[in-house]
Ligand binder design. Structure first.
Ligand code: HEM
Length: 547
């Protein structure tokens, strides 16, 4: 008893000192301009030192997305803006298109939030994360490598990969299976063959191993986003997650090293033999001609234009696919890419280019499995294009797939693979919708998922209805009401490539198989570990159409 008492007495002064310091810190924070402006915003009441962070701390990763969505529905009930505090760090969620335009449409607010730094050991300072002059210079070189003329040369490879996938799926006929694994593999395979320009050896499991490693790495990074203590690098390194991260990054980087080495050898050989690597501007084989409109060749449900549209309208210029361009400019000393920068950009494109598209296509098939009448309309459209023929799709065919395009856009509306986008403000911002000032230093989180489901913007916002993207329905809708690929200067450079790939892969599957789902949309369990997915797996069933 006397021992306990003396311990308590011994602790009294240090504890009191710590409490007084914390109280003083709290009152000092309250007096700063940053906190004063932030406290004016609508949102849940923060508690001293923790802000609003306590609730989410002990949650399981699979429950986080549901929690955030349910919580945001309450927080955004009467507002389009909400302030949340993690400790004394202010996060402001916005879902009004006019406010979104102020951030995404600006050349100033292009700095990614601090949360992106957890990607650095993996993606380095690639296009997704980089800032300032480096980002500007690299974007200027990388965006044109997704020019429409280059995309058209990918058609054969996309068709071949679509056919191989259809063949692999024969093993799953009548089974209830997760389509996502297949989608991951086919997106990595096509990325390697097209954007990277690598012939992948047959029957290799590299793509699957890579996709699997990315999946696990995203879970670790996501953990760091919401588990407060893991944000500290020192503490993170003491956990088993750090070891797992190193192992996964090694798997990913070893594939990337192989890609870069292989391509460098190929480009060196071509340069030594004097072969030109540039694409001629007119490509006329396999229907890859310049007929039809190159200008905005697919509608994206929004009229926001950017450097990708401008690149497509510039005519006579020699162009090379992504990796060939980077390596050739390096080997010929005509560009500014170092070896490390090439590695960073390859890692970035591999990640951004596969996981997003795999999730998007998996959602489309899940939805079509549920909405049979809509699937039938897609099939009728494909029938009208191909009749009974088993021929491959041409670029022109993909332009004719208008209904499938609306299905994809609508699926991206309801289930955007990137469900939120975050920026760090480098100066104060006045919002358009309500009279609030967001102080410099604030992390602005654009809630794409919630924005896409606002009843003010879409009739019956939770209903899967591809006609939401009929031209007459899009007229009058604010340009920033639909942003699955983001918009403005930091929009997705791969969006045209992604649409082309999705149309070819999905049409290959839907021409051959009828898709079913035993699970209703209400039963989807959403998981938002970086890319939006279904925690319950993308379970579908397929049957042969011809049987
Ligand atoms: C359905 C498929 C896709 C979706 C929904 C999507 C969505 C997005 C979004 C929302 C962003 C902005 C992210 C942010 O600001 O944090 C983005 C950026 C980016 N995406 Fe995509 N993406 C897709 C496919 C692709 C593909 C296929 C590629 C490349 C082959 C790609 C490459 C990139 C790159 C490099 C950036 C960073 C651009 C910059 O900051 O300048 N994406 N994407």
């Amino acid at each position: 008893m006397s021992l306990n008492w003396s311990i308590l007495q011994g602790l009294f002064y240090p504890l009191s000192f710590i409490l007084i310091c914390l109280a003083l810190y709290h009152y000092w924070q309250q007096s700063t301009r940053y906190v004063r402006l932030g406290r004016k915003l609508p949102g849940p009441k923060p508690i001293p030192l923790f802000g609003n962070a306590l609730e989410a701390l002990l949650m399981k990763p699979d429950d986080i997305a549901e929690y955030v969505l349910n919580k945001s529905k309450t927080d955004f009930k009467n507002n389009t803006i909400v302030g949340i505090w993690l400790g004394y760090k202010l996060y402001v969620g916005i879902i009004n298109p006019e406010d979104v335009e102020i951030i995404l449409g600006s050349q100033t607010h292009i700095q990614k939030s601090e949360e992106y730094r957890y990607f650095k050991p993996w993606l380095g300072d690639g296009l997704l994360i980089s800032r300032g002059e480096k980002w500007k210079n690299h974007r200027k070189i990388i965006a044109p490598t997704f020019h429409i003329h280059i995309l058209k040369t990918f058609i054969n490879s996309l068709n071949n990969n679509g056919s191989s996938l259809v063949k692999r799926l024969e093993n799953e006929i009548s089974n209830n299976f997760d389509i996502h694994d297949y989608m991951s593999r086919v997106t990595v395979d096509t990325l390697l063959e097209t954007v990277m320009g690598i012939e992948k050896p047959k029957n290799e499991t590299t793509s699957f191993d890579y996709a699997n490693a990315v999946l696990k790495l995203c879970t670790i990074i996501h953990n760091r986003h919401y588990k407060y203590w893991l944000q500290n690098d020192f503490i993170f390194k003491l956990t088993s997650l750090a070891g797992a991260q190193t192992h996964l990054i090694n798997v990913i980087h070893s594939l990337r090293n192989k890609i870069v080495k292989f391509k460098t050898e190929g480009v060196s050989l071509k340069l030594n033999t004097g072969e030109s690597n540039s694409l001629p501007i007119s490509i006329s084989d396999n229907g890859l001609n310049d007929q039809g409109s190159n200008k905005n060749f697919y509608s994206f449900g929004s009229a926001v234009r950017d450097d990708l549209d401008e690149a497509d309208e510039i005519g006579e210029k020699k162009r090379r696919p992504f990796l060939e361009e980077l390596i050739e400019t390096k080997l010929t000393n005509t560009g500014s890419f170092t070896d490390e920068e090439i590695n960073e950009e390859v890692d970035t494109i591999l990640f951004e280019g596969h996981d997003t598209t795999a999730a998007a296509m998996s959602f489309v098939l899940s939805l079509l499995g549920i909405h049979q009448a809509i699937q039938e309309k897609v099939f009728q459209e494909l029938n009208a294009i191909f009749y009974d023929s088993e021929r491959s799709a041409t670029f022109e065919d993909t332009v004719q797939m208008k209904y499938l395009e609306r299905v994809i856009l609508e699926s991206l509306r309801l289930y955007p693979p990137v469900p939120m986008i975050a920026r760090k403000l480098t100066e104060d911002v006045c919002l358009a919708s309500e009279r609030y000032v967001l102080p410099k230093g604030t992390t602005v989180v654009i809630g794409t998922y919630l924005l896409h489901r606002r009843p003010e913007l879409y009739e019956n916002p939770d209903v899967f209805d591809p006609d939401n993207f009929l031209a007459e329905k899009c007229v009058g809708r604010h340009h920033y009401s639909y942003i699955p690929f983001s918009a403005g200067p930091r929009s997705c450079v791969g969006r045209k490539y992604a649409m082309l790939k999705m149309k070819i892969i999905l049409s290959s599957i839907l021409r051959k198989y009828k898709v079913y789902s035993d699970i209703s949309e209400k039963a989807f369990r959403l998981q938002g570990d970086i890319i939006l997915k279904r925690a319950d797996g993308f379970k579908i069933r397929i049957e042969n159409r011809l049987s």
